[in-house]
Design a protein around this ligand. Structure first.
Ligand SMILES: Nc1ncnc2c1ncn2[C@@H]1O[C@H](COP(=O)(O)OP(=O)(O)OP(=O)(O)O)[C@@H](O)[C@H]1O
Ligand SMILES: [Mg+2]
Length: 331
């Protein structure tokens, strides 16, 4: 059997922190007595990933995604559980391990703010002990793919958000890691920059067979890049499998968006399907995929319809539904 490149068993992380009462008196008191608080960020996470896979790691805010990625990168110690990445336990922080993976966080930058990106690249060359020839080849390839040749000598603080993220990615990939953890790499970027980053990641994964685990709140990222998704909620895995199957299973309805020539009552519409939005002259109905044509025909015949529009349910909506359902159990 093929050996997984990432393997996680019963991973848990409970954060311990201390509550500080407000004010100066509170600060003084807390010197002697501090109230201890616990957050169970990751309760039980198990999964494994094979070489070359591009997996989407999804979940609502606070689900435990960043905490998991930090443990996989060895930045955080877990409370308990086992993790094997490329044959290493990440938090042992062995140099041989550090040289084979990268973590990119959209919210944090590793590039030196006041210096051109090229300076950080050179620093990384030293840190990762990248031989000159490999470094030059890697730099050339990445700058071409990311189209950043012309901005490498401009101080990072002067770059646009999109340009900066491209340079962040280049910095993270110069040492040709086998595993790449991406935590919201497209956050806050404009639509075009997001698309550029996606195109790059897709090509890079295809060419290099780098194993990538990606978190993003933008479903376009996930749909374009990941065949497989792992969904976490409240620190537990609630789904691990094909994205397409998940969509098929949960998006088994279509939306009928109707405007009426006169005011309606919500009750008049209930017999046709689930009324998800309602205003007296406008409504959105959820109807089963198998019957939507028949139902639309009935509505046209029986109600004072001004216009009717049949739409697919968006993947965002499907995922939102799943998050809502999975507050209690698995999908
Ligand atoms: N250093 C910390 N100390 C205490 N609690 C923390 C710490 N870091 C995270 N948490 C808590 O752990 C839980 C999981 O946080 P985490 O950042 O892993 O979520 P996430 O899935 O990445 O969310 P988002 O989608 O918003 O980035 C949250 O309840 C968060 O408030
Ligand atoms: Mg996060």
């Amino acid at each position: 059997m093929k050996q997984p490149i990432i393997d996680i068993q019963n991973l848990r992380k409970t954060y311990t922190y201390y509550k500080k009462p407000p004010g100066l008196l509170g600060s003084l008191k807390s010197l002697f007595h501090r109230e201890k608080l616990l957050t169970e960020a990751v309760k039980e996470v198990n999964f494994s990933i094979e070489q070359g896979e591009f997996v989407g790691f999804l979940g609502p805010n606070g689900a435990g995604k960043t905490t998991t990625l930090k443990m996989l990168s060895g930045i955080l110690y877990p409370t308990s559980g086992k993790v094997n990445v490329l044959g290493f336990t990440p938090w042992d922080r062995k140099p041989e391990f550090q040289k084979q993976f990268s973590l990119v966080m959209g919210q944090k930058n590793q590039l030196w703010w006041d210096l051109p990106a090229m300076e950080t690249f050179l620093l990384n060359q030293t840190i990762y002990e990248i031989p000159e020839k490999v470094f030059r080849a890697s730099l050339k390839e990445l700058s071409e793919l990311l189209e950043i040749q012309d901005i490498l000598t401009i101080p990072v603080r002067k770059l646009s958000l999109g340009q900066r993220m491209k340079c962040e990615l280049a910095a993270a990939l110069l040492h040709q890691p086998k595993v790449l953890f991406l935590d919201e790499p497209t956050i806050g970027l404009d639509v075009t920059s997001q698309q550029n980053i996606r195109t790059f990641l897709k090509k890079y994964n295809e060419q290099k067979k780098t194993t990538i685990l990606l978190t993003s709140h933008y479903m376009d990222d996930i749909m374009e890049l990941c065949k497989r998704v792992i969904i976490v909620n409240l620190g537990r895995i609630v789904y691990d499998g094909s994205l397409q199957e998940l969509i098929d299973k949960h998006a088994d309805y279509k939306l009928l968006k109707i405007t009426f020539t006169q005011e309606m009552k919500r009750n008049d519409l209930k017999k046709y399907g689930k009324v998800s939005e309602f205003a007296p002259k406008r409504a959105v109905l959820h109807v089963a995929k198998a019957q939507y044509k028949k139902i639309a025909a009935h509505i046209l015949e029986e109600l004072p319809v001004d216009d009717i529009f049949i739409d697919e349910v968006s993947v965002e909506e499907v995922i939102r539904d799943i998050f809502a359902v999975t507050k209690t159990g698995t999908v």
